[in-house]
Structures are given as C-alpha cells and as structure tokens.
Design a protein around this ligand. Structure first.
Ligand code: PLP
Length: 381
C-alpha cells in the first residue's frame, strides 16, 4: 500500500495533443496550444485575459513587477504559504511584511485591514508604513489548499489606500468565491500554477489572469524577453524567458478538459473522509469557508493531540510506516532564514495551525479503498 499526498492524473487527451506537437514540430513557445490554453483558461475562469508562464512562481514575479512593486517597497504577504509567494517579492528587491492567517489558513482579512488602518497612512498618494517609512505597494492573498480567501472588504480598503491586490491562486483553480466569481479574478492580477502537485498540471507551468488589457500586454512582453523589435533584437527593458512551451500547453489543454471531473472527485473524497472521521475523537477535517465553492485541492486534518492521544509528528511517522504520505503545513515564512528580520504583525493563529494540522492524501485518482485505509489507520494504532 502506497498512498502519496498528491500526484497527477493524466487520463485524457494529453498523449494525443503532445503527439500533435511532436508530429508538427511545434514544440517550443510558439504554437497553437499555448494560445488555446490561455483562451480556454480565461473562458473557464471568466478572466478577460490570460498569459501562460513557465511556472506559478514566474507568474507571481512578473505580476508583482507589473503591479508596480519596486526595490525597497513593502508587500503584505501571509506568513502561512509556500515560500514561492514570498520569494517573488524578494526577486524584485522588495520587502515582505508578514500577516497572520484565519481559520481557513488564508491571510486574515481583518488583521490585514487593522494593520493598514493602524500602521500605515497615505502620504502624497502613497501608502506608507509608519514604522519603517517605506511605501507599501501591494497585498498578496493566497487561496490556501483551494479555500477562497475572503477578500471583498480588504480589496475595498486596498483601493482606498492605493494598494494593488495580487491573488496567489496557484492552489485554487476551480474555486469560486461569492457570486460564483473565480479566485484569481477578484484582485488586479491572479496567478495559477500547473506544477505536478496542483489540481491540473502541465509538468510545470503557470498563468497570469487579469481584467486589464494593459497588464496582460505587459505580461506578454516581459515573459518573452521584452522584445521591442524582433528582427533587429531591440529590447527597451529587462525581460524574462518565462513563456510556457507548446508541449506543456498541450498537456494543459487536455487537463483543463478534465477539470470538472477532477472537482467532482475532490468533493466526493472530502465527503468520504468526513464520514470516516466522524467518530474519531480529537480528529476533524479542517473546515472550509461556507461563503465559497472550494476546489478541495488538499484535504487537511486538524489534530487535538490531548483528546486524540497522538500529536502531529507521531501521526505523520505512523502513517508513513503504512505507506501513507502526509505533510504538515509550510514552516512559517517569517521564521524562515531569509525572512527572519522582516516585520511580522500579530501572528497568533498560524503557529497553532502549524502545530495541529496534517495534510492527507488528496490525489484525484484516490480510490474509495485508499481513503478507507487512511481512515482505518487514523482510527487504530
Ligand atoms: C505551487 C505554489 C506556488 C508556486 O508555483 P510553481 O508553479 O511551483 O512555481 C506558489 N504559491 C503557492 C501557494 C503554491 O502552492
């Protein structure tokens, strides 16, 4: 028995579309699948524009640059996220300011709002952090595990404070916020990832979505080496080689066709886990927000060690011995070596969730007997 945390499910037209790339020679960044992947993802999410990138991290990097983040600026980020979110800030020479999370593992919108109200002020049209004197340029919200962050009120405040809003929607493709709006389309720019562990994959890849034609045009320009004259090799800016290839996009188009099935599978898995865990004292599935329709990308377990009798690390080791892969949430970023000296604001919930949470097998291809086996190991021992 070997049940991994999250592995890809390649069972549609992937092979056929990749073969088409190979047969026609269109393997690199020019090719119809790149455009098709962009168009279809834009249509699916209701975004006006989509620009394909080499990774979610690349998408975040370029998106922050497009939103005007400059060296020495500050960017508000949650401490509980994969470090790529924060590294993208650092790539631009900007400084992260760390926020706490709410019960859904997402940037706590009330605390972020309190920080903006109490710790920053508008000076000459710029939002300035009183403690550091630096300009705060943007807020990055992450939809952790596919749970939609509750952003409506915070986005309103960001507009007042002249702050850009970037959504790290790398984990939340398929998640709809209030009124059915897709995550990634709530702020100024949203970024998706198609890394191997995400709900759909291209092997590696990412996508920038935005309602702004200007932002989209800049994303296209910066991700393709900032070419101002392709024939004479003129470049007026420093660009990046961040464009997705046609082979990867071909896989993406096939995966996107499967997404509705994947979402159904994730919903069923959550229900089966929930039913199985119902009778186990001290264990529960992490709650998901009732204001959203989540993609249930990664299922998370909350452990009350006192009542359950085992703590997070003991459980992780015991499950591993049975071939069941689980993981804690990410080590908090304000404690990571590169970021220990950055400002962190009222971080209280994140350490508690880190200590009590284990993410459990969540692949689309999980069978009922896999889930039942995981539950049986959680029950006994
Ligand atoms: C996966 C992920 C990323 C990075 O995406 P890549 O495509 O792997 O570069 C960024 N942020 C979060 C929250 C992620 O889960």
């Amino acid at each position: 028995m070997n049940i991994p945390l999250s592995v890809p499910e390649l069972r549609g037209n992937e092979w056929k579309y990749v073969q088409e790339c190979l047969d026609t020679g269109w393997v690199s960044s020019a090719g119809t699948f790149v455009t098709r992947f962009e168009t279809e993802l834009a249509t699916y999410t209701g975004a006006r524009h989509a620009v394909a990138c080499t990774s979610g991290t690349a998408a975040l990097h370029v998106a922050l640059q497009i939103l005007g983040v400059e060296p020495g600026d500050e960017v508000i980020v949650p401490t509980l996220t994969f470090i790529a979110t924060v590294n993208a800030v650092r790539y631009l020479g900007a400084v992260p300011v760390f926020m706490d999370c709410d019960e859904f593992y997402n940037l706590d919108p009330d605390k972020a709002a309190a920080f903006l109200r109490e710790e920053t002020e508008l000076r000459n049209g710029a939002c300035v952090n009183r403690a550091t004197g630096r300009r705060v340029a943007a807020v990055v919200a992450v939809h952790v595990f596919g749970n939609a962050a509750d952003l409506d009120a915070l986005i309103g405040l960001c507009r007042e404070r002249k702050l850009a809003v970037l959504e790290d929607a790398t984990e939340s493709l398929g998640t709809r916020y209030r009124d059915g709006r897709h995550t990634g389309t709530l702020g100024d720019i949203g970024c998706f990832s198609f890394n191997g562990n995400k709900i759909i994959t291209t092997g590696g890849g990412g996508m920038i979505v935005t309602a702004s034609a200007e932002h989209a045009a800049r994303a296209r320009y910066l991700t393709t080496q900032a070419k101002d004259d392709e024939v004479r090799y003129l470049h007026h800016e420093v660009g990046y080689n961040y464009r997705l290839t046609n082979v990867q996009a071909a896989i993406g188009v096939a995966q996107l066709e499967l997404l509705p099935e994947f979402l159904d599978a994730k919903r069923r898995h959550r229900a089966r886990y929930a039913a199985g865990l119902a009778g186990i004292t001290g264990l529960s599935l992490a709650a998901v927000p009732s204001y959203a329709d989540n993609n249930h990308w990664l299922h998370a377990l909350q452990i009350d060690a006192g009542r359950y009798g085992r703590d997070r690390d003991t459980l992780l080791a015991q499950l591993q011995a049975h071939g069941i892969q689980t993981r804690p949430v990410w080590h908090l970023n304000h404690l990571q070596k590169p970021y220990q000296r950055c400002q962190a604001y009222r971080i209280e919930t994140a350490p508690r969730l880190l200590d009590t949470t284990l993410t459990i097998p969540s692949s689309v291809g999980l069978r009922d007997q896999d889930i039942d086996f995981v539950v049986s190991r959680l029950r006994h021992e």
